[in-house]
Design a protein around this ligand. Structure first.
Ligand SMILES: [Zn+2]
Length: 286
């Protein structure tokens, strides 16, 4: 074989490897980095990607930022909020403690930062003292900011130990945090306190909330109340597959179009998570 042939074959192999890697890791890229800005109305902007989805809302008395992203996109979000705020104060709300939703808190020094009632020591160890919120919501809290009333509901343990959803009451818009991953297999981690049964319970509570028009999920495109039901159905189906291996193939097929994050989230990973949790519960009972 001459050198020319070797070079051509090497290039082809490299292109195939690079192409396959791009296909596999593109969902991760989109999940973590891609930014889309959706102007919902003249006071509310939703910034998608760059970590979790975020909201920036201008009210009569303050600018409210829901989830602060991470890395360079966090700083961009801060600059957007600052430019809208002018002399108004900024209030930050974190739906939960995961880094892709809170690591931009450090830019908002001096702002009130709300989060669910986590143990402060656990929180500080996980997100760093520079990102520490200073207001902890145990059950619920209403912020009356003039032209919008913002309701914070800590739905308790679900995706983490304290998942908070944020309702813009006048607009009938719900920020669900990571209780909803839109058409995406959800991220389940034991150390975070993820609990599928309690997660379904939290989705039930959301379904009972009256008058929700638009839903902003933690990740993925925005939608309506149907997303709550679809996330709930996903977990019910995964529970069926976890309990009955003969149903596993059918359920994996049913959600084949939902985004998977390589080595992190997939129907298989969710099924395993449910099975392991059931095993642990059995051990505890013995
Ligand atoms: Zn999360």
């Amino acid at each position: 074989m001459n050198w020319k042939k070797i070079i051509v074959i090497t290039v082809i192999i490299l292109v195939v490897i690079a192409g396959s890697a791009a296909i596999v890791f593109y969902p991760v890229y989109r999940f973590m980095f891609q930014e889309n800005t959706q102007v919902v109305d003249k006071e509310l902007t939703v910034v998608q990607g760059g970590g979790g989805n975020s909201g920036v809302l201008v009210t009569d008395s303050a600018v409210v930022v829901i989830d602060t992203k991470m890395g360079g996109d966090a700083e961009k979000l801060y600059n957007l909020a600052k430019s809208k705020a002018g002399a108004k104060k900024i209030i930050v709300i974190n739906t939960h403690y995961h880094g892709d939703h809170v690591k931009g808190n450090k830019f908002f020094k001096g702002s009130d930062i709300y989060i669910g009632a986590y143990d402060p020591k656990f929180l500080s160890e996980n997100i760093g003292s520079e990102n520490m919120p200073d207001k902890f919501v145990k059950d619920s809290l209403i912020l009356n900011l003039g032209n919008e009333i913002i309701c914070l509901y800590n739905l308790g343990q679900a995706h983490t130990m304290n998942d908070m959803v944020v309702l813009l009451r006048n607009r009938k818009i719900l920020f669900s945090g990571d209780l909803i991953f839109h058409n995406t297999n959800p991220f389940l981690k034991r150390e975070s306190g993820a609990n599928v049964d309690k997660w379904i319970g939290a989705l039930d509570q959301m379904l009972k909330m009256p008058d929700i028009g638009m839903v902003i999920p933690g990740h993925g495109l925005t939608g309506d109340k149907a997303m709550i039901t679809s996330m709930r159905n996903y977990f019910l189906d995964m529970k069926i597959a976890a309990a009955d291996p003969s149903k596993e193939k059918e359920m994996k097929e049913k959600y084949k179009d939902w985004t998977q994050l390589p080595m992190m989230t997939s129907p298989g990973a969710t099924i395993d998570y449910i099975r392991n949790a059931a095993k642990d519960a059995n051990k505890m009972e013995r």
